[in-house]
Design a protein around this ligand. Structure first.
Ligand SMILES: *Cc1c(COP(=O)(O)O)cnc(C)c1O
Length: 457
């Protein structure tokens, strides 16, 4: 298995060639899923006692399996929150994988963790969190939210012995991402959901807290605001909610998994005012900071609280104490122990291109949203549902029913034109199906927008 022979060298060259092609291909075929039964028919059984050879397995990958995936970086893939990792980030992901560094402990990964931390310092600086604040890279926004919720709850419990026996409660809004609800479930935390997808204000939160029973108020430990809702790019009133949290002694978590990249743009930075008062923040570099999957980040105003809540102990772990081994251990600040150095690909790309390039690339997404609005306003068949939120655009095709939107999505996907999925938006107490763009990819052009909008005439 670890031998190097001529077959191995050939396979290596094939894989490198494939990777180079994939990295340099700006507009790969959109690709579409197939049923598992169809794939089984095409691929057969690949796991056998003797192995099917690297050559054969790789051919199955290139000819069949790779085509049953949708390239998330296609310039006309504007669905969900797409991703467009920089080439530098992809290439360094290869380096990260081939080095296979254990990224949990400074003892094992000092060089890599040092690099990750330099990228993290930049992210922290974008938020304006005070001196002492820091963060770690996680597998994504879900893992970041989980780490933050556990930290907040443990902090709350540490403040008062009575809280140890109470089930905690968090308050958030209808704009919160599904992962917040899921992470609450995992931590056995109740969620008080404010039914509002538009901007959440401090007054909304205060009113709801005042409506709560005393018992609920006593088990409320955190407010989770969103800075760039996934559906519409809406940023809650972070400053007002931060002040309210301070007044009420509540943990303030800001979920900026999608929107956080926009902190790099001075044009919209003011929309995030108050984020610097957060106790914890989630930002996904694999969304709007052009990093390969999977790379999220969780930041803490006071990382010691996270360490208190999340560091693992065991006789087999507590040996990392000699001088060179002392340093920052990422495993202390998020829920994973053994971890890939997932921030390395961001570090390399940032170091290569510089932060100015990141600012510009983020601003292309913001500008595309404004351009889309112009094109929609000009088209008599189309209508904006609301103003663009960051790089999210919600709009309707006049006269279309929900099934028209879904058929339009399927047709465009099948014809290799675009992948644009609809969403729902509240209108007069009803959920209306509407079209949605989310711009991340700086290679998307105005021409791409025109091609897509034309399919709605
Ligand atoms: C995408 C997203 C998440 C979840 O992040 P993953 O990286 O998919 O786990 C959480 N919150 C918001 C606001 C998001 O947009």
């Amino acid at each position: 298995m670890h031998n190097i022979d001529i077959d191995f060298i050939e396979m290596t060259l094939d894989i490198m060639k494939y990777s180079i092609n994939r990295v340099t291909d700006n507009s790969p075929e959109l690709g579409s899923p197939k049923k598992a039964s169809e794939l089984k028919e095409l691929v057969g059984e690949t796991i056998t006692p003797e192995g099917i050879s690297g050559e054969k397995a790789f051919k199955i990958w290139t000819d069949i399996l790779s085509k049953a995936n949708v390239p998330i970086n296609h310039p006309r893939n504007l669905s969900f929150v797409p991703s467009a990792p920089s080439r530098a980030s992809i290439l360094f992901d290869l380096v990260t994988s081939s080095s296979n560094i254990h990224g949990s402990y400074w003892m094992l990964g000092a060089g890599g963790i040092f690099a990750e931390n330099q990228a993290m310092e930049w992210i922290v600086s974008l938020t304006g969190l005070p001196e002492g604040a820091f963060g770690v890279f996680t597998p994504g926004g879900s893992g970041a939210n989980l780490s933050a919720i556990v930290t907040a709850r443990e902090f709350w419990r540490s403040k008062n012995p009575e809280n140890k026996n109470k089930k905690g409660l968090i308050i958030t809004s209808g704009g919160a991402h599904s992962s917040v609800i899921m992470m609450a479930k995992i931590t056995d935390t109740d969620v008080y959901l404010i039914n509002k997808e538009e901007k959440l204000n401090a007054k909304d939160v205060r009113d709801e807290i005042l409506k709560m029973s005393l018992e609920d108020r006593n088990r409320l430990f955190a407010v989770i605001a969103t800075a760039g809702t996934t559906n519409a790019g809406i940023i809650d009133d972070l400053d007002g909610i931060a002040n309210l949290c301070q007044e009420m002694g509540l943990w303030f978590h800001v979920d900026a998994a999608y929107g956080g990249g926009a902190l790099a743009s001075p044009k919209v930075r003011h929309l995030f005012n108050g984020i610097e008062k957060a106790d914890s923040i989630t930002i996904d570099p694999h969304k709007w900071l052009f990093t390969t999957y999977d790379c999220g980040a969780v930041l803490y105003k006071n990382p010691d609280f996270a360490k208190e809540a999340l560091s693992q102990h065991g006789s087999y772990l507590d040996i990392f104490q000699d001088e060179g081994a002392k340093g920052f251990n990422p495993s202390d600040y998020q829920v994973q122990l053994t971890r890939k150095l997932r921030g390395l690909s961001l570090w390399f790309s940032l170091a290569m291109h510089g932060t100015e390039t990141y600012r510009k690339a983020v601003e292309i997404g913001l500008d595309l949203a404004q351009k889309a609005k112009e094109l929609i306003d000009e088209n008599p068949n189309l209508e904006m549902v609301r103003e663009p939120g960051l790089s999210c655009v919600l709009f309707r095709r006049k006269g279309w029913k929900p099934e028209d939107y879904y058929n339009w999505t399927y047709r465009n996907h099948k014809e290799n034109i675009a992948l644009v999925t609809p969403t729902k938006w509240q209108k007069d107490n009803e959920l209306e199906t509407v079209a949605r763009f989310c711009f991340i990819n700086p290679d998307t052009t105005e021409e791409d927008l025109k091609i897509i909008l034309k399919t709605m005439n």
